[in-house]
Write a protein that binds this ligand. Structure first.
Ligand code: COA
Length: 383
């Protein structure tokens, strides 16, 4: 398969109290349209990645809501898969284009979280978990803390190893003008930050964020001329909602399955990936993703991260150049679309200070809940 990315745009991520969801979406869509020089009327369908508009915003008709905002009368629908909603919306857009039904489609990811109390947000996020997890009063930091303990015990990984993921991603975010936290941190600062759910501390966690991102997908339209970037694999896999129903806490089966399909579709090996955006909702999640995506031998990824193998300027693949969810922010429905925009820009060679040298093939990895959904895309530059 081959679907061209015609344009991509990301808003600033963070506490955007003065910007409405309408204006967030208008901003990214107008910027993307300007990049393609397409007219609004040339967009034939809209896919909106969003998780919480219903539980937090009271809006249950998001496709038509944003269609009206954008002045479109085309098919428009919300695609939902918890924190993987954005990646799933891209997958839906790809299906629409490859089916031949639509030529150009718009995919938007949007989430507005910071207008609500932290306990309301934590409860709404648990909508991604199982009934048993909700009844037990579990939270996502709590679930990932248990995953972290199991992994640390099995592979001899330390809290400092977890912290090194935050150090890398905060450094990358310091180079990203749209990131929520644009300051570097040290291992000592991570270790001294307040405990959220032991062993995870404040600086091991992604934050609560607002933000939006948009991509326009098409097929062989040649609108942008030279140096196109194409999506050459789009794979999704699912697993049990609750962690208690899994045989192994130290790997996400959904990621392993989706990765296998994605590498097969693209006809490449993990070692060919130059740059990746992975789902680091908590530092342990990035370490497990490195194992599951086949970047490093299982159980050894923390050592490679700590030795800066995935830091810009030190080795390949460079991981989370945007700052990841940890430091660029995690407006849940927007994250999967933002990951695509980041890799698109890397492969176009327009990623600015965080540009990875000679990046030709990139991967995005977006996870819903504690691993019940995984969406993987592989992008390739034809330059
Ligand atoms: N990383 C770095 N700094 C953070 C942060 C994070 N993840 N979260 C908040 N901060 C900062 C804030 O900017 C603020 O700084 P300031 O005092 O200089 O303004 C300070 O820490 C306190 O912020 P506050 O909003 O009061 O934090 P909190 O204690 O209410 O929330 C978490 C912190 C980690 C509990 C919350 O961000 C959280 O629940 N994260 C996980 C979200 C999640 O589960 N997503 C789904 C993943 S599957």
């Amino acid at each position: 398969m081959k679907v061209e990315i015609l344009a991509g745009s990301v808003s600033k991520f963070g506490e955007l109290w003065d910007v409405s969801p309408r204006d967030l979406v208008k901003g990214v869509v107008l910027e993307a349209l300007f990049e393609t020089r397409l007219k609004t009327g040339e967009i034939e369908a809209v896919y909106i990645g969003n998780m919480l508009s219903s539980s937090l915003g009271g809006q249950d008709h998001l496709g038509a809501f944003f269609s009206e905002v954008l002045g479109l009368n085309v098919p428009a629908m919300k695609v939902e898969g918890a924190c993987a909603s954005g990646g799933l919306a891209v997958h839906a857009g790809i299906l629409a284009v490859t089916s031949g039904l639509y030529k150009n489609v718009l995919v938007v990811g949007i989430e507005k979280m910071t207008d609500h109390k932290p306990e309301e947000v934590a409860k709404a996020l648990m909508g991604a978990g199982s009934d048993e997890e909700r009844e037990a009063g579990a939270t996502f930091p709590g679930l990932y803390a248990m995953i972290a303990r199991a992994y640390m015990k099995k592979y001899g990984v330390s809290e400092e190893d977890l912290a090194s993921v935050a150090v890398k991603n905060h450094y990358h975010a310091s180079l990203n003008s749209h990131a929520q936290f644009r300051f570097p941190v040290t291992i000592e600062q991570v270790m001294k930050s307040s405990v959220v759910s032991s062993p995870l501390k404040l600086l091991d966690c992604s934050p609560i964020s607002d933000g939006a991102a948009a991509v326009i997908l098409g097929q062989g339209s040649g609108v942008r001329g030279q140096g196109s970037v194409n999506i050459i694999a789009s794979a999704v896999a699912t697993d049990s909602l609750g962690v208690a129903d899994r045989s192994d806490l130290t790997s996400l089966q959904s990621t392993v399955l989706a990765a296998k399909k994605a590498y097969w579709q693209a006809g490449i090996k993990p070692s060919q990936i130059d740059v990746a955006e992975v789902h680091d909702c908590f530092t342990i999640a990035e370490i497990i993703a490195m194992d599951d995506l086949g970047f490093f031998p299982r159980g050894k990824s923390a050592q490679f991260i700590r030795r800066k193998k995935t830091t810009l300027g030190f080795g390949y693949p460079v991981v989370n150049t945007s700052g990841g969810l940890k430091a660029a922010g995690h407006p849940v429905g927007a994250t999967g679309v933002k990951q695509i925009v980041e890799i698109y820009r890397q492969l176009k060679g327009v990623a600015g200070k965080k540009q990875v040298k000679n990046a030709k093939i990139g991967l995005t990895h977006n996870v819903g809940g504690s691993g019940a959904t995984a969406v993987i895309h592989i992008l390739k530059s034809d330059k």
